[in-house]
Design a binder for this molecule. Structure first.
Ligand code: ADP
Length: 390
């Protein structure tokens, strides 16, 4: 019996010891978890790491003390405002020269609340648009502890916005002329002109011409938007240059003959181009159409030749040429030297923009050379890798 009591007593002692171990083990685990947690917190709030994060941010950041002295600034701020490397410790008025930005910081200091504004900086003719936000940090005593100034470069965004606005304005203008004409002549017909046979035919012809313009415009716009949306896939194949040129020249022969212009080809190398046949035809159609439109006498020539490391497919004419100051903008949507003349000739102002996009979609380059009163050559540069000599 005594032995039995002894065994039970020993077992109880063992159980108690085991329980104690388990508890201490689990408390060890929680303190480990805590340690990890604390370590993580240290990593985030560690000043040096925090500074590294601020420095790496691509927006400009400056932190000012309540008197306006710069405590911290990152690289992007210095790059955006083109200021010295060592600005820390200086007063912001010594460093920042832009009046708008200075006013904004002062305003945040006076109002003791966040303020924001878009400003423009002009340096050597280049405009940079910045979105600025100044956020004062108010301490427990109700005074400003420090101020954070954030600068965001919104130049690209502004440019895109301007392109969109210009496009809508141009498009509305382009649509207005044919729509007004169609409406006016249809009303005149309804008002009685329909009974005067000669006039009626003239009016209906005008309506038809303007409707054709609308149709061309819609088609060009659709093509452009499809290219810009990436909906047009470039399906490459080996396109024989002589065949390609011949097929397009055939389309324009009657038009050229009617104007008394010689439409010719000059292919100095027999080759095939690794490109999209349909798109190549479209490019040449647009270029030859322009060349014939803007040439009164002489010739229009489709050329293919070697230049430097690559090849040139071009359309050359002896037409009116393009004034030098217009050249950089030719190829922008709706940009024309003479708007009225272009419209009169049935142009949409989108032909070269389409060519430019199609050339780019192939990974090629596009360039215009022109002499006022002497002629124009629109060149498509094709790298050697996309040309196979036959
Ligand atoms: P469109 O011909 O419909 O006006 P494009 O985009 O094809 O539009 O051409 C834009 C402008 O570029 C034309 O209005 C014209 O001012 C100029 N241009 C293009 N090709 C020629 C050329 N071969 N000779 C002279 N000017 C040209």
């Amino acid at each position: 019996m005594e032995i039995l009591y002894l065994i039970i007593f020993s077992l109880l002692i063992i159980i108690l010891i085991m329980a104690g171990k388990i508890r201490s083990l689990s408390s060890d685990e929680t303190s480990l978890k805590k340690a990890i947690k604390e370590d993580n917190q240290i990593k985030i709030t560690n000043l040096q790491n925090f500074e590294a994060i601020l420095k790496a941010i691509t927006d400009g950041i400056i932190i000012l003390d309540r008197r306006g002295n710069i405590i911290f600034s990152n690289k992007s701020f210095k790059a955006l405002l083109k200021v010295d490397d060592h600005v820390e410790g200086k007063h912001f008025m010594e460093v920042i020269r832009n009046i708008d930005l200075l006013d904004l910081v002062r305003s945040a200091m006076n109002k003791m609340e966040a303020v924001d504004k878009e400003i423009v900086i002009r340096k050597s003719g280049i405009e940079t648009f910045l979105y600025i936000k100044v956020i004062p940090h108010i301490g427990k005593e109700g005074e400003i502890d420090f101020l954070i100034v954030l600068l965001q470069d919104i130049t690209k965004l502004k440019k895109l916005e301007k392109v969109r606005q210009d496009f809508v304005a141009n498009l509305s203008h382009e649509l207005k002329t044919p729509v007004t004409a169609i409406k006016g002549y249809a009303e005149a017909l309804l008002d009685g002109a329909i009974d005067e046979r000669d006039n009626a035919i003239k009016f209906i012809e005008i309506i038809k011409k303007q409707a054709d313009r609308l149709s061309d415009l819609t088609e060009d716009l659709l093509t452009l938007s499809r290219i810009e949306l990436g909906d047009i896939v470039i399906e490459r194949e080996n396109v024989s240059v002589p065949d390609l040129v011949q097929s397009v020249i055939e389309i324009f022969n009657p038009k050229a003959q009617k104007k008394g212009i010689k439409l010719d080809e000059e292919i100095s190398i027999k080759a095939s181009i690794n490109g999209d046949r349909k798109r190549l035809v479209q490019m040449l159609i647009n270029l030859i159409d322009n060349a014939i439109k803007f040439t009164e006498k002489g010739f229009v020539k489709v050329m293919f030749y070697k230049e430097n490391d690559g090849f040139i497919l071009s359309v050359k004419d002896t037409g009116i040429g393009i004034p030098k100051d217009h050249l950089p903008r030719i190829g922008e949507r709706f940009y024309r030297v003479d708007k009225a003349r272009s419209r009169e000739l049935g142009g949409t102002g989108l032909g070269l923009a389409i060519v430019k996009h199609l050339v780019k979609a192939h990974g090629w380059n596009f360039h215009i050379e022109s002499q006022l009163g002497e002629g124009t050559e629109v060149k498509i540069y094709i790298p050697s890798k996309d040309v196979r000599e036959i």
